[in-house]
Design a protein around this ligand. Structure first.
Ligand code: MN
Length: 761
């Protein structure tokens, strides 16, 4: 059974069946039974199922021609040789390819291995098919002569050979897939070489062409050969987990479908278990054990329109808590290989982390078939190559690589280039000075910064990738030139980076720096609080005096004392009393004076920051700072700090209604002011309430406006949906009030937006 014909459940649904079926794709790449070969009419049926105009006579002639040509030849398995081209053709019918490609697959080994000639094939099947078969013959010869040659050199020739028609590449990939599926019959000595070549060249090439199912199967088959033990362990664990969670997948599918239906979204929801190789690389990359890998199940939500993608996202985020930092919008910013989807992770039923990909049918087709989704050649559209050029970024990449190849006189140069493009588990990036930084695949700018130097990582605040401002979490691509922007104002990286970083080096450095920074932050806050108390009490504070009082406070250093005060473990008045035994605590605490005047708020709350106001630089500053959890605060807002023992300062805009809760606790109010370094822009959280007209594309328009104006969307949730309007809450990150106002103005200018308000929690 073809592996990528979706899972059993979907196939059954398509067939209208309802009997109990395993909810999961088979764990082990299944093998076709060698005893039952596909019949002539089976093949024709498969093609006709997606292409009613197929030239049945042509297919039949090719079937018979190849069968007769291969005659009594057998494969290593003992099967008739003809079973191989037939299976290759079958794989290509799963990709819904055109007649010429299917026929070329049937004939792909005839010129090399039988009496057949190019001239004869041209005569019987026409020039187009003759050219395809010849391209494949060249590739086959290439494999035979260059067994000892370097893989990159093989790849170079492979790409040159497919330059004229990408369909040659598609047949070649299907050929390799079938050979990998039947690898067990090949002599052990050759197996490893074939598997290595597959994982180094063919699997990444399939991925680069956007053919993810193909890439995953090639990877798994190679993985099984190259590290049988690891494969067995991972696969065994996956199966055990899948058994234990058998009901969970169905339950999540049902719940998701029901929530979406309630919101008027007709969606196809399917769950699947991730593949052994992808799990394994994740374990290696993050150096975590299987137990810590909670998201081994992925779900796809397939809807009809882009609009529905965002609506589905809003619904999902409303129903289940979101795992922060996992939201990615590849719809407004597609990947280079044309992949489009919204990714998010939520905490679903049973506290299980659920990874979701939300996309339309069209996007799903591209995600599964990649370049092959465009390759079905239709009459009158021009040549397949012309059509691909127009429609596919993946093909544009291929053309570009081939051009570089044709132009580079120097093979060394090409080897470098191809290594950069395809080396399977690494990305190679450059500093602005041209230093090469090699990182594991999926690494981002944070990893890059720490690979350059720990100090660069710790003080990174932004970056430019190929000259363009980009988020630090951006996944790096081969050949990217990365300029890391640093700020001395940032003493330590945000702790959230630890989960964003991919390399162990970056994660360890972040952990170290944040631990030290957290202590420094509390000490800094403690110092501010102690200094304030002394100022109010009109006593001069000095460190030496405190040093003498350390034994009375049972602490060993001034930093310790300050950190304890900052954490709320020790009162500032105790520190004062230890230093000045006759010190009397003001009954009303730090802000007692203000309270006596009848004004509970510090002066800054009225608009003018006092000199003593504590400078706020952002979450990575020298103080333990957070922003109002339900609405945030941005530079330009007039702000107030509220101290929570053990948590630090929370910054609220003065218009925030949440401040009411603290009116009776003047001791918790802190005078704060912004002190943001404009040369190294940082982002701050804000929340918008948006009411939009229910009209196709309206949500996508909103997301696009925000993205185009450099706003980062953190979360979208839908609060209410009436027949005419949808109410959304959008959490985003902006540089300052001006930036936020500009985005609000741009949103208001959209016809589909009825109302936009900033939310202050
Ligand atoms: Mn073959």
């Amino acid at each position: 059974m073809a592996y990528w014909r979706r899972n059993a459940r979907q196939m059954e649904a398509a067939a209208g069946g309802a009997a109990a079926a395993p909810a999961l794709a088979p764990a082990k790449p299944p093998k076709r039974s060698p005893t039952r070969m596909m019949r002539q009419y089976d093949l024709v049926e498969r093609v006709r199922a997606y292409n009613p105009d197929t030239d049945e006579d042509l297919l039949n002639r090719a079937y018979v021609y190849a069968m007769v040509a291969h005659g009594e030849q057998t494969r290593a398995s003992g099967d008739p040789y003809f079973s191989h081209p037939l299976e290759v053709a079958a794989i290509l019918t799963d990709l819904k390819l055109d007649d010429a490609t299917i026929v070329a697959a049937l004939l792909h080994d005839t010129i090399e291995d039988t009496e057949a000639t190019r001239a004869e094939i041209d005569q019987i099947f026409g020039h187009e098919i003759g050219a395809l078969v010849e391209g494949l013959t060249k590739l086959k010869r290439l494999e035979l002569v260059s067994r000892e040659a370097k893989q990159a050199e093989n790849l170079r020739k492979l790409l040159l050979a497919v330059a004229n028609d990408v369909r040659v590449l598609l047949v070649k990939l299907a050929d390799r897939l079938h050979n990998m599926r039947t690898l067990e019959f090949v002599p052990p000595a050759s197996r490893r070489r074939i598997a290595e070549e597959t994982i180094d060249i063919y699997a990444p090439l399939a991925g680069r062409m956007g053919m993810h199912e193909m890439r995953e199967e090639l990877e798994d088959l190679s993985f099984r050969e190259l590290d049988a033990e690891a494969y067995a362990v991972v696969n065994g664990r996956l199966s055990a987990l899948a058994d234990r969670n058998r009901n969970l997948i169905g339950e999540i599918e049902t719940q998701l479908t029901a929530s979406l239906t309630r919101n008027g979204i007709a969606a196809r929801v399917t769950g699947r278990r991730k593949r052994p190789f992808s799990i394994w690389t994740k374990m290696e990359r993050k150096s975590v054990g299987f137990e810590q890998l909670s998201d081994i199940f992925g779900f796809r939500v397939i809807v009809h329109t882009v609009e529905e993608c965002y609506r589905a996202l809003g619904t999902v985020h409303t129903v289940w808590p979101v795992v922060p930092g996992r939201f990615k919008d590849y719809i407004s910013t597609p990947k280079q290989n044309d992949y489009r989807s919204i990714h998010t992770t939520v905490i679903g039923p049973g506290n299980q982390r659920v990874e979701l990909q939300i996309r339309t049918e069209d996007m799903d087709r591209i995600a599964e078939y990649g370049i092959a989704a465009h390759a079905f050649y239709k009459e009158g559209v021009g040549s397949p190559t012309e059509m691909l050029n127009r429609e596919s970024n993946a093909f544009a990449w291929l053309r570009h690589t081939i051009e570089v190849l044709a132009e580079s006189a120097n093979p060394e140069e090409f080897l470098e280039h191809t290594k950069l493009e395809l080396f399977h588990d690494q990305v190679f990036c450059f500093t602005p000075k041209g230093k090469l930084i090699a990182l594991p695949r999926k690494a981002n700018v944070i990893d890059f910064a720490y690979a350059v130097h720990t100090d660069v990582g710790n003080s990174a605040v932004g970056c430019k990738i190929n000259g363009k401002f980009s988020p630090l979490s951006s996944e790096l691509q081969n050949g990217d030139e990365v300029e890391v922007l640093t700020s001395r104002a940032q003493s330590a990286p945000p702790s959230a980076w630890e989960s964003l970083a991919v390399t162990g080096k970056a994660r360890a450095a972040i952990r170290r720096a944040t631990r030290a920074a957290v202590r420094d932050q509390y000490a800094g806050l403690g110092r501010r609080i102690v200094e304030r108390l002394f100022m109010r009490a009109k006593i001069a504070y000095d460190d030496d005096k405190l040093k003498g009082a350390l034994p009375r406070l049972a602490r060993t250093s001034i930093e310790d004392v300050m950190a304890a005060v900052g954490r709320g473990e020790m009162k500032a008045s105790n520190v004062a009393r230890a230093m000045y035994p006759d010190y009397k605590e003001e009954r009303l605490g730090v802000f007692g004076a203000a309270k006596k005047d009848g004004a509970p708020k510090p002066k800054s709350a009225e608009g003018t920051p006092t000199k003593a106001a504590i400078p706020i630089r952002g979450i990575n500053s020298d103080l333990p700072v957070k922003f109002a959890p339900n609405g945030g605060a941005v530079p330009g807002d007039r702000i107030v700090g509220i101290v929570t023992p053990g948590e630090g300062i929370t910054i609220y805009p003065i218009q925030s209604p949440a401040l009411k809760d603290f009116e009776d606790m003047p001791e918790r109010w802190l005078d704060v002011r912004w002190d943001v370094d404009e040369s190294t822009p940082q982002r701050f959280p804000a929340r918008l309430f948006v009411q939009n007209v229910n009209e196709p594309g309206s949500l996508a328009q909103i997301a696009t406006v925000i993205a185009e104006h450099d706003g980062n969307i953190d979360n979208i949730s839908m609060s209410r949906r009436s027949p005419d309007f949808t109410e959304l809450t959008i959490d985003l990150e902006v540089y300052d009030l001006k930036h936020l106002s500009a985005i609000i103005a741009q949103l208001r200018a959209k016809a589909v937006v009825a109302n936009v308000e900033r939310v202050n929690g």
